[in-house]
Design a protein around this ligand. Sequence first.
Ligand SMILES: Nc1ncnc2c1ncn2[C@@H]1O[C@H](COP(=O)(O)OP(=O)(O)OP(=O)(O)O)[C@@H](O)[C@H]1O
Ligand SMILES: [Mg+2]
Length: 244
Amino acid sequence: MSEFIETRGLRKVYHVGGQTVEALQGVDLEITKGDFIVFMGHSGSGKTTLVSAIGGLTRPTEGTVLIEGNDIWKLNDKELSHFRNRKIGFMFQSFSLLPTLNVLNNVVMPAIFSGNSGEKDSDALKSKAISLLSDLDMKKKVNSFPSELSGGEQRRVAIARALINDPEIILADEPTGELDIRTEREVIDIFSHINDVYKKTLIVVSHSLSWIEKARTIIVMKDGLMYKDLDDPVEAIMSGVCKQ
Ligand SMILES: Nc1ncnc2c1ncn2[C@@H]1O[C@H](COP(=O)(O)OP(=O)(O)OP(=O)(O)O)[C@@H](O)[C@H]1O
Ligand SMILES: [Mg+2]
């Protein structure tokens, strides 16, 4: 049986101003359903590029991304966008909350976009959004606007929004960036809860060591390659020596 998510020989080459950057240099990765993976590693090591390729956002130069055995980069644009909406909840920095929409409407947005069948009824969608927000202790803020929320509250809204289509996979790039350590801990605990209780497969990119004790799998990226099962991931990041 194939893995839930698999990458084979994944390469990504960027050409900028006559320069070539090998952002991914052949990544073979297997992710089982229900895993909680954190990618760590220096800036520029290829973390965002890798998770964007897995999420159907950045087309690899070579190699395959298989999700439940399907090569997502063989899909046409419409199929790919359907796949993203149905399968993946994104929490990327570039996918920030829309300032002109209140909390409730920010959460409901991806469901409206995907025309989620069975839930076209906007009242049903709103109740689902309110239930997710309640679970994240944000019920009292449903009518607030993003600018009226703290950084931690904004993350909770982004988490609820990532969950609205009930995706199997959550992809989060630096979901705790710029948070104080207490709020960071709260957000990490929410991710743990989503993994334990909602059984979502979590793929997180972070520079913070606070994820280490909660994640199931730690992967260190270095120069476009990934290193799994390291004895001491922190030492590997610090020394730049990735011994498996
Ligand atoms: N759109 C792009 N065009 C050109 N080069 C890019 C592009 N995106 C990323 N790169 C380059 O690819 C390499 C990997 O970038 P990537 O964003 O994946 O790193 P990262 O590990 O996420 O870094 P950070 O921790 O700073 O977010 C870097 O050298 C970066 O400059
Ligand atoms: Mg990045």
